[in-house]
Ligand binder design. Structure first.
Ligand code: ANZ
Length: 945
């Protein structure tokens, strides 16, 4: 029988479905192992060879773990809500659900061809009501919770209401937007609406005033990267900063837990560092400044409390509420003009663009340490959302303050008097570097920082601030609350209706609230989100159902929320749902949750380092607090697969002609390189007929060949349609089979590394599988496997392989495993080994990599169950011991020849045999042997004089 991958792969893919080979159930008798891939967004372009890289790597691991006796969960599904389907709907009118389903079908077809061991019975799609039921449910739980800083966890909002009723805000240590203070009596005296407004300040899912990039023409909020130079990337419409009421998630409350959790998980150091920076813990002090000639006071945040004596001005963020209060009448026009200008800049512009702008408010603040009055300025280099939105500026020691002072001619006062303040002596990190000790500042207050290091001085000043009631010690985090509203159609609807301007949750028992149909996917004429087009989008609280908008009476029928949830809503807890995907009573059954616990191995791209991987960790911690998720960290080990880049090919057109010249002759002509579809190039040789058929303008192309061939040039670029270098895995499967594709993708290099797709080596992998096959069948297709016992050499070759592959898989070093398979098969081939004893184990070892051919051969070897359920072979060190050792024989340190000795030979025998060998005579001739050194198992050196 010949190796016919088409038949074999089809046969086993069918069998796996029929026999439910990859369906997994909770099994208390077995240890669980949960493997997860970041689920794909099914785009219209389908999969290219870069996409399956991570899936193949995790598939190998899942199969390996199963062979080791683990009960392995390896599910797959689709992140099915998203913008591309909606944009396509806007352009073509095709409902995004249809586009999405078509794309999913195409993905599934492609994935099925590669032979993954996914348990498809657990498939989820985030756009299906059965799934988003639980996204909505989690949102409602967040709405009904607040975060207690003392207990370091989310608690039911009722507990907070109770506390307000009993003691007001007294002694309260909870996460909030704004620090409020009221007594129990004051609370009780408030109206229902006022109470709801106050609770919003504490809820984990809350409606908050946030600054957004608003594009009126598109009728939507845009993300920072959708805005370029103040206009929308799409359409070029003006974008302004606007305060909008949006749903937000209080992710910031979890900052410290998100940091601490990083120490408990097995992720790369670089990924952990990225998250630490993103969370941005910053220890400092909040200090109160009084406003001169006024009762007003305001608070600043500083990490350099020790620089208090260098403060020469203050700066407020333009959005700060203080701006209106502190702007003097004579400065009003100038300030307003400035505020208008800054509205156009996104936060990112403000952080990255270092140009200096600002305006004087007309007011002064009093330095609490020195009693000195300093001017208060307004500038957009101070961000409203960080710290308190106000700073004390120390131009001599902070580079942005320095630039600002230089620009506006403000005083620059170094901590050590008399230091040079010119740009040359300004260090971006430390500011003005002074080597002399700090001066005594006792004239102003009883705090001396003389001779202290910066760190010590900061500590001492912070203590001083605390003791003298000038402010407090404060830890800030850069991590912001997540904006959770989108003005889009194709997303999860919020299970929320509005009564008297305040949001209320629809009954939990009424979930899921299904996405309504709309006539248009665009915003409405009045600027409402697309759900504003829905005519049946009102909530009847008596009948607990969705009814027509005309029934809205704001008594029993209320309008429903028009925003939808963002992309990360559905992807934040999907891993939990795979455990129990069809449960309509709970997100996941408690017992099942206890069995699978969390993901042991998570594989996906690095682009999710600060988005998905922060949101899902937050979401999971919240679910943990409310008793759903068993483990606090959802993903124990994380492997980032690299990108597969495209390997583009070029043809060279001779200027002003339709003639193309082969690569190595091109220098003789004046040519322009053109990208050519890599699918009509093989080993850099162009298929001339296919090229002519590729595009009409090339139908009459002529060629200047070398050795009868047209050789193309090449380059490594991003894999993209526009560069004609996209390789579809279907084509590779068609030509070589899935087992070759799988092994070849792994052979390309370490999983974590980015590397170009280069089909030049694929034939070698294909030949390897054929050679492996030939250990079972001879050239004439006769089955040659025997029951003869294996020789020592054969066992050694096999066990060397098992040892190597076992170690490699644990390290995700699959490329070196593939080489090891090649070496072993070559060795067995030259030993003419067709022994069942050897081949049985070889098949099991190769099965995670090339499952189809291994199932086939496992079957041929006479086994009645799937190779997936075999036992991973243990290697036996005994077989690896060398029988003989090859010694290098040197004379005066120069290697001359080699000799074999039994591994246990004595040094004396080795010495005498070497000296007696006739080859030695040549090197000793005319001299005498002064010394013989035998280094056991390595070398013999003979010193002659
Ligand atoms: C005085 C000072 C002197 C500062 C000095 C720095 C150096 P991190 O580490 O990022 O927390 N700051 C505070 N709030 C700000 C805001 N909303 N927008 C822009 N800048 C703000 O940085 C904290 C430091 O950044 C604070 O310490 C403050 O400037 C500034 F030699 O205060 B510092």
């Amino acid at each position: 029988m010949e190796y016919n991958f088409r038949e074999i792969e089809k046969k086993w893919q069918q069998r796996w479905v029929e026999e439910k080979t990859y369906q997994v159930k909770e099994d208390e008798t077995k240890q669980k192992y949960y493997v997860l891939n970041m689920f794909p967004y099914p785009s219209g372009a389908g999969l290219h060879v870069g996409h399956p890289l991570g899936y193949i790597a995790s598939d190998i691991y899942a199969r390996y773990k199963r062979l080791q006796g683990f009960n392995v969960l390896n599910p797959m599904g689709y992140d099915a809500y998203g913008l591309p389907a909606e944009q396509y709907a806007i352009q073509t009118g095709q409902h995004p659900a249809i586009t999405t389903i078509n794309n999913i079908d195409r993905y599934r077809e492609q994935l099925d061809k590669i032979g993954f061991c996914f348990d498809w019975s657990r498939e989820i799609r985030t756009c299906e009501p059965e799934y988003y039921h639980w996204t909505q449910w989690a949102f409602q739980k967040m709405f009904n919770s607040y975060y207690c800083n003392d207990e370091k966890q989310a608690r039911p909002i009722e507990e907070l209401i109770q506390a307000f009723e009993q003691i007001g805000t007294n002694g309260m240590n909870v996460a909030c937007g704004e620090e409020l203070s009221f007594t129990a009596e004051e609370w009780k005296a408030k109206s229902e609406k006022e109470k709801q407004e106050i609770l919003m300040n504490y809820r984990i899912a809350y409606l908050g005033e946030t600054m957004v990039n608003w594009c009126a023409q598109l009728g939507t909020v845009l993300a920072n990267d959708e805005v370029i130079d103040g206009v929308s990337e799409r359409g070029g419409f003006p974008v302004v900063q606007k305060k909008m009421r949006q749903w937000c998630l209080r992710v910031s409350a979890y900052s410290q837990r998100l940091l601490d959790g990083l120490d408990t998980i097995d992720w790369t150091d670089s990924l952990k560092e990225t998250q630490r920076n993103w969370i941005g813990r910053s220890e400092g002090a909040e200090v109160q400044f009084k406003v001169k000639d006024s009762d007003l006071e305001f608070t600043i945040f500083t990490t350099r409390a020790d620089t208090m004596f260098g403060v020469t001005f203050m700066v407020l963020a333009p959005e700060s509420e203080l701006v209106a209060q502190l702007t003097a009448p004579e400065q009003k026009d100038e300030v307003n003009a400035y505020l208008e200008r800054t509205k156009k800049r996104t936060e990112r512009d403000r952080i990255t663009d270092r140009s200096v702008t600002g305006v004087f408010s007309g007011s002064y603040a009093i330095n609490p340490f020195t009693g000195e009055a300093v001017p208060i300025w307004i500038s957009d280099y101070v961000l409203a959302g960080y710290g308190t939105g106000a700073i004390m500026a120390v131009p001599a020691h902070d580079s942005r303050d320095y630039a600002f002072a230089k620009h506006f001619g403000l005083e620059i006062r170094p901590l050590v008097e008399g230091c040079d303040v010119s740009e040359e002596s300004f260090d971006a990190k430390e500011g003005i570097v002074c080597n002399s000790p700090r001066p005594d500042v006792t004239p102003y207050c009883d705090l001396t920082l003389n001779g202290l290091t910066i760190k010590e001085a900061i500590e001492k000043t912070k203590n001083y601030v605390k003791e003298h009631n000038l402010g407090r010690v404060k830890v800030n985090y850069r991590l912001r609350d997540a904006i959770f509203s989108r003005q889009r159609y194709w997303g999860e609807p919020f299970p929320v209706y509005y009564k008297d301007g305040m949001p209320y949750m629809i009954d939990e028992s009424c979930l899921p609230l299904e996405l309504p149909e709309v006539a248009k996917f665009l915003p409405t004429e009045t600027g409402e989100p697309p759900l504003g087009h829905a005519t049946k989008w009102a909530w009847d609280i008596v009948n607990k159902c969705v009814v027509e908008n005309e029934k809205i009476d704001n008594v029993t029928v209320f309008p429903l929320e028009l925003n939808t949830m963002p992309g990360f809503a559905g992807s934040s807890a999907y891993y939990l749902r795979y455990m129990d995907p069809h449960n309509n009573k709970a997100l996941v059954d408690k017992k099942i949750d206890e069995y699978w616990k969390s993901v042991d191995l998570y594989v996906g791209g690095t682009e999710h380092a600060t988005g998905h991987l922060i949101y899902s960790r937050f979401w999971n911690k919240f679910l943990h607090d409310v008793g759903v998720s068993i483990v606090e960290e959802p993903f124990q080990k994380l492997v980032n697969q690299g990108m597969i880049q495209g390997r583009s090919n070029f043809v060279y057109r001779i200027k002003d002609s339709n003639k193309f010249v082969s690569l190595n002759l091109k220098n003789q002509y004046d040519t322009t390189p053109l990208h050519v579809d890599v699918n009509i190039v093989s080993n850099d040789i162009l298929d001339l007929e296919a090229f002519k058929a590729w595009r009409p303008e090339f139908a009459s192309a002529e060629f200047i060949l070398e050795d009868g061939k047209y050789i193309c040039g090449w380059a490594v670029e991003k894999m993209s349609k526009s560069m004609f270098n996209v390789v579809n895995p279907d084509m590779i499967v068609e030509k070589y089979g899935a087992d070759t594709l799988r092994m070849y993708e792994m052979f390309l290099g370490p999983v974590e590394q980015s590397k170009p797709w280069d089909t030049n080596g694929i034939d070698g992998v294909y030949r390897f599988i054929k050679k492996f096959w030939s250990l079972f069948y001879d050239r004439n297709g006769n089955y040659t496997v025997t029951d003869e016992p294996a020789t020592k050499e054969e066992l050694k070759s096999l066990h060397k392989l098992i040892k190597k592959v076992t170690g490699d898989i644990e390290q995700f070093s699959y490329n070196t495993s593939v080489s090891a398979f090649m070496i072993c098969v070559n060795e067995l081939f030259s030993l003419k080994c067709s022994k069942k004893e050897i081949l049985n184990e070889l098949v099991i070892t190769l099965a995670p990599f090339a499952p189809h051919v291994c199932e086939e051969l496992w079957d041929t070897l006479g086994h009645s169950t799937s190779v997936c359920d075999a036992r991973w072979p243990a290697y036996n060190e005994e077989y690896l011991v060398e029988d003989t050792i090859n010694y290098t024989i040197s004379f005066n340190g120069k290697a001359r020849f080699n000799m074999e000795f039994p591994a246990d030979e004595t040094s004396e025998t080795i010495q005498s045999t070497v000296l007696a060998d006739e080859r030695s005579a040549k090197w000793i001739e005319g001299k005498s042997v002064a010394k013989v050194i035998v280094v056991p198992k390595k070398i013999v050196n003979i010193v002659v004089k």
